[in-house]
Write a protein that binds this ligand. Structure first.
Ligand code: COA
Length: 169
């Protein structure tokens, strides 16, 4: 039987911390679907399509990983694609409460779907998409923290929004 897992997130933008979790999950499960959420609550910098495109580019070397977008309930999306596992990354103890709450609610909604946590590698434990955007906006170097295809797209977006000049990043 093929084990299909879903790794959901906002990915605004994908970071090397996310990619680390994706690569490791792809070694455990037969198929991994990275599910890019609409997440209007966060008012993402990138559109849904732009976020999904960057995830696709970053995961191009992983044959058993595909990328989808979704809105609505995660468990409904997981069911619709036949995924029995939700993968989440855990960076620090501070993630635990929130993740525990979400995993418990998802289990209540869909007892047949299991949440599995992967500890983020220590070198990426401090990363978040917001921090990446903040550092980039303030002219700091984010090379090595995001997959290479993200760099030009982030630069372009920040120039477009008037956050940095053409020479920035
Ligand atoms: N490396 C780097 N950063 C990481 C990371 C890792 N391994 N894991 C998480 N992060 C960061 C993200 O970059 C993000 O940072 P930001 O807040 O600065 O943008 C932050 O952790 C939160 O990640 P996000 O992708 O927004 O995920 P989330 O854990 O908040 O959950 C969904 C988002 C889409 C999975 C969740 O809201 C959801 O399931 N929505 C669907 C609606 C639903 O079903 N709701 C009921 C849920 S019980």
């Amino acid at each position: 039987m093929v084990t299909r897992a879903v790794y959901p997130g906002t990915f605004d933008p994908i970071t090397n911390g996310h990619l680390d979790v994706i690569e490791r999950a792809a070694r455990i499960f037969d198929e991994l679907i990275v599910a890019v959420a609409t997440n209007p609550a966060k008012q993402p910098l990138f559109s849904l399509e732009e976020r999904a495109l960057m995830v696709r580019e970053a995961c191009a070397h992983l044959p058993n990983v595909s990328v989808e977008t979704f809105n609505g309930l995660l468990v409904e999306f997981a069911r619709s694609i036949g995924a029995k596992v939700i993968v989440k990354g855990l960076r620090a103890i501070s993630d635990f409460d929130y993740e525990f709450q979400m995993a418990s609610m998802n289990r209540k909604l869909a007892p047949d779907i299991e949440t599995v946590f992967i500890m983020t590698s220590l070198e990426y434990a401090y990363l978040s998409s917001s921090l990446i955007k903040e550092v980039a906006m303030l002219g700091g170097c984010i090379e090595g923290l995001v997959p290479p295809p993200v760099l030009p797209r982030l630069r372009e977006k920040l120039v477009e929004r008037g956050c940095i000049s053409h020479s920035g990043l």
